[in-house]
Design a binder for this molecule. Structure first.
Ligand SMILES: [Zn+2]
Length: 477
């Protein structure tokens, strides 16, 4: 083969070139379909019809097409005199054409590609322009990919590293332009040290700088609205590494103000498998939140610091997550006094499933504690209020009957042990197929004076009828 290429390009072309035969096809040209080859006579008649005779590399020894049967489809590929594929047709197993890809190439006097084009069912989808380095290696200089709604152009330098990426809309207007710059690292290898993106849709330019490890260390954003670019923001990323070169600390600042800190730990001293030990997110008003993680990388506490009216930063809220899903939240005011506590407790069913069984909320301003208990269906079974001295103020108890899909069909409410309400539901299919929901149809409210109200609802759960009965069951309204 005459084409001499540098390694990266060889990989690229390996896909295209496949295998080739020693001979160039004779005239008249052999035509082929999935199963047969033939030559066209002067009057269009098929001459020398024969089945493909696959030889080395699936190349038919007669027509020189590569014929490969994938089981569910057959591809027939023909090549030019440089053994580059010029047509690849995909046939169904019955011989019908499913798709066809064709290729077009330009060659220089030395047999190097000058360009190549790929057509999918006749439509240009990919185009390459090639150049030759001073050392005589061919390389792709420009790659153009045509999509339904945009065109991507990648330009490469002599090292075949991307130099520029441009995105166009179908009208040919540039949507964005990205330029890549390279530097040499301490081992003398090139790395992408700077990436400049001009985004024409929002008139901004971002310049991203990478360090040797390709971690970002700075992002500058400019507005291109005025005559000259104006710097909008500067984001800096700082890393600290341990002796093994593992990142252990990361800090992010925006316009000089700290915005984030990460502390990274490793499961053992040789492992590169890191996890967040701690993460701190800082807000512009100087408030911040500290996230602490356990050795499995699970969040176990979240501590919020707020800014008071007089500008002091104070611990305002602590949330603790336990492994089973239970949580506690404690809120404080700027003097450190607890203002609110909330606890969620997880219970286990007989089958071992976990569910939220109990919540406790303590409001220190009003001195009220509320305790709610739930069953494993997630329905509240009791709600108790206590005062400061843990004295029970009121109790609501609930009992349920369940129907299809464990939906509630009946609910009974007792206030301080006395029947106070009944709720009747019907189960109806939802608009989504095979789904059901329950709909309130009737409620009965039992009053202190022995009378009761019966409320009835329509299909939108809108009250349509109210009946008031006295203690003896006579309708009074
Ligand atoms: Zn053949």
């Amino acid at each position: 083969m005459k084409i001499k290429l540098i390694p990266v390009f060889i990989i690229l072309l390996a896909v295209l070139s496949g295998c080739y035969s020693e001979e160039i096809s004779e005239t008249p040209i052999w035509e082929a379909d999935a199963f047969e080859h033939w030559q066209n006579g002067e009057n269009g008649e098929k001459l020398n019809i024969g089945e493909h005779e696959p030889g080395a590399g699936y190349i038919c020894t007669v027509c020189k097409n590569k014929v490969f049967n994938w089981g569910d489809r057959i591809t027939v590929t023909s090549f030019d005199e440089y053994q580059s594929p010029i047509r690849a047709t995909v046939y169904g197993t019955d011989g019908t054409v499913l798709s066809e890809r064709t290729y077009e190439y330009g060659y220089d006097k030395d047999g190097y590609y000058t360009y190549s084009k790929t057509f999918e069912n006749g439509k240009l989808v990919l185009e390459y322009e090639y150049a030759v380095t001073e050392d005589g290696f061919g390389y792709p200089k420009k790659e153009t990919a045509y999509y339904e709604d945009c065109v991507f152009v990648n330009e490469y330098d002599e090292n075949t590293t991307p130099a520029k990426f441009t995105e166009y809309d179908l009208a040919g207007e540039i949507i964005s332009e990205t330029e890549f710059e390279y530097s040499e690292n301490s081992s003398g290898n090139l790395y992408c040290s700077k990436e400049t993106v001009i985004n024409y849709s929002n008139s901004t330019k971002t310049v991203t700088e990478h360090d040797e490890t390709l971690n970002i260390h700075q992002i500058e954003t400019f507005s291109l609205e005025g005559d000259a670019p104006t710097l909008i923001s500067v984001e800096n990323h700082e890393y600290e590494y341990d002796g093994l070169g593992r990142p252990v600390y990361y800090k992010e600042t925006i316009n000089g103000e700290i915005s984030c800190e990460d502390f990274i730990a490793y499961s053992d001293e040789n492992s590169y498998d890191g996890y967040y030990d701690k993460k701190i997110i800082y807000n512009e008003d100087r408030s911040y939140t500290v996230f602490d993680y356990d050795e499995s990388g699970n969040l176990f506490s979240e501590t919020e610091y707020s800014v008071s009216e007089n500008g002091t930063v104070f611990l305002s809220e602590e949330t603790t997550y336990n492994g089973d899903g239970s949580t506690s939240v404690i809120k404080r005011d700027e003097s450190g006094e607890i203002t609110f506590e909330s606890y969620k407790e997880i219970f286990t069913t007989g089958e071992g499933a976990l569910y939220l069984g109990k919540t406790t909320e303590i409001y220190h301003f009003t001195g009220i504690k509320q305790v709610h208990e739930y069953n494993s269906f997630g329905d509240m079974i009791s709600s108790k209020s206590y005062n400061f001295g843990d004295e029970l103020l009121s109790t609501y108890d609930y009992a349920y009957e369940y129907g299809k899909n464990n939906l509630v069909v009946y609910k009974k409410e007792l206030f301080n042990g006395k029947l106070s309400g009944e709720f009747f539901y019907e189960i109806v299919p939802t608009t989504e197929e095979s789904n059901f929901e329950n709909r309130l149809v009737k409620t009965i409210s039992y009053e202190e004076d022995g009378s009761k109200f019966v409320w009835e609802y329509d299909e939108n759960e809108i009250l349509i009828k109210e009946t008031h009965y006295d203690a003896k069951g006579n309708i009074i309204g």
